[in-house]
Design a binder for this molecule. Sequence first.
Ligand SMILES: [Zn+2]
Length: 402
Amino acid sequence: MKPKFTICRLGAQKKAQNVDEIITKSVLQDICKRLTHQEKYDIDWVEERINGKMFTFETDNTKYYITYTLNRVGGRNSYLQSVPTAFGIFINDALYNTKKSLFCLYFTHHNGNNQTRYHQFIYRLLKSIGVCFINSDEELKGLNVQPYDNVKDLISDREFNTIHNNYNQSSYITDEGSYYHVYGKTFGANQKETTMLCLALCGISDKPIRLFQISDNDSKYLSDTDIDAIKTYATKFSKVGIEILDDTYEFEDDNEQVPIKTDPQSSLRSPRFILNLLEKTGGHKSCSLCQCEIESIIQGAHIYPVQAIKQQTDLSFEERLKMATDKNNGIWLCENHHKLFDRGLIRFENGKLKIMPKLNDNDKEFVNTISTIQAIDQNYFTSKMAEYFKKRDDFYRSEKYY
Ligand SMILES: [Zn+2]
């Protein structure tokens, strides 16, 4: 059979350029030549709507699902925005194919730099999930894109991008010891990035993954296509699996990051609190009192405790939730410092560490020795935090913890 393109003319293309303007005759010729070394092909234009920027190309033994870059490189997301949705359609469709199925990216001609560190990071994510680049020799001249083979490299590349491009991330990955946690935003371009990241993680992680979908601009969940794509991909390619949760799961307490399903109307220990803290510190976790950076033992500690917030029945649920997830109501502490803080053995005054008199001299000395910082970093200390510390002190006194 002659190789055949099947292209839907309607659909998501309406906002961007018209599909015929992007998928021109010369683009189709180029694709056909590169994939089959032949010049002749058929086209089936379908007057149907498709939910992503994608078309297919079939030969005797292979079905190619082809998505493409948008002409403008523009902001960090627009150039490759078509990929996650198209990949979702591919991965769910490919399950039922008897032919070999391949997902490909075609680089259309572009203006601007498509090789920033950020673009390179996304290319590596795509390579990690097996995306085939059709014409990268021409459009990514000289760039050798390698897939990630471990999570550490992926996280450090991502951190580089955050520090140097100074943008708020769409999602954060933390190492919780026996799990990786992904705190992912769910709106617009953020959800696309969250999806790409989760797909890549599924393929390379040696620990099970928990994705917390964090509501963002009234969007609570990733799209169904994205969730299906992650689940299907994980079933096929992940050794470890992924749990997809939302932010009405609550953590048992600050110390144990074990999510439990609760009534959304009572859930105050939301993973949103952790995301807000991560956002405040640029994704970086280190103990506020000793600079310990062993991620799996650094915890988000509430200043004004959730237990106290729960008792404030004079406030509406929304007001309490806001307090419980406020980035000003938390600090990172290692397990040692967190326990000392929770038990009321240390407290803060104007952001400075105070060791409580009930400890004996030896123990005071010990706490002094392990607390190499003794005060909260001025860059993060706010008057709002000072208020929460005061509320904490009042609560601890009334409960006779001090
Ligand atoms: Zn510490």
